[in-house]
Design a protein around this ligand. Structure first.
Ligand code: ZN
Length: 235
């Protein structure tokens, strides 16, 4: 088979491979994107669950403090009336201590309120994260199933084309292969153009008679305008 016919064959195979990749569409990148989302939500969920644990520990510490401070205030108040205080000075000192404990109590009570609302907020966010994770995972599984089904469907054809491509490419020298790859990229898959009515079918430019004769002799000719390989059918 002449070199130009090998190039035409290679282009046919490459175009079929391109169609197969198009058939798979954006599924592989969609699966990748969803997997990243899943990881992100999982990490955020883990962080919030850790924070929730810490908050629960703080709440319990705070509740104990509120309880012991209240008890302390009550026992100090008892001393005010049980006759154990005899001087004004002792009375003033006791009142000062009670005020100090009362301030501490109200500080701890406020902290407790904040901690409880933080806990409530975190629990709500965790529930939301969990339900969005469920959605992401089920979307991911649907896409993965669709991708696998399509892959299975085309993989046999794709493998056959790949090995066909390999055996065709073996017959083409490396310079021509690089030239081919360059044009394939630049001309979106139409690498080889037929000469029709003395013009390049790829770009419409006139092809000089010398090049037409070369093409008829199955020599490698390029279009002077679009650089594509040119070929001429004998009939
Ligand atoms: Zn051209």
């Amino acid at each position: 088979m002449s070199l130009i016919n090998q190039i035409i064959l290679l282009q046919e195979v490459d175009n079929k491979l391109f169609e197969i990749e198009k058939l798979l569409g954006d599924l592989p990148s969609k699966v990748e994107e969803l997997t990243q989302n899943e990881d992100g939500v999982k990490t955020s969920l883990q962080n919030k669950e850790n924070e929730l644990k810490e908050t629960s520990v703080s709440i319990s510490t705070n509740e104990t403090l509120v309880e012991t401070t209240s008890e302390k205030i009550n026992s100090l108040k008892d001393k005010l009336i049980d006759g154990s205080i005899s001087t004004n000075k002792e009375y003033d000192a006791m009142m000062e201590t009670i005020d100090f404990e009362k301030n501490l109590l109200s500080e701890k009570e406020n902290e407790l309120i904040e901690l409880l609302s933080k806990k409530e907020e975190l629990s709500k966010e965790i529930e939301e994260d969990k339900s969005s994770l469920d959605g992401i995972i089920s979307e991911l599984n649907t896409k993965k199933d669709a991708l696998n089904a399509k892959m299975q469907e085309v993989s046999e054809e794709q493998n056959a084309l790949k090995s066909e491509r390999e055996s065709v490419a073996q017959n083409i020298d490396s310079d021509t292969m690089s030239k081919y790859a360059e044009i394939y990229e630049a001309r979106k898959g139409l690498v080889v153009a037929e000469i029709l009515d003395n013009s390049c079918e790829g770009c419409g430019a006139m092809v000089p008679p010398q090049s037409i004769n070369e093409a008829l002799s199955k020599n490698i000719v390029f279009c002077g305008n679009c650089s594509r390989f040119l070929f001429k059918s004998e009939n």
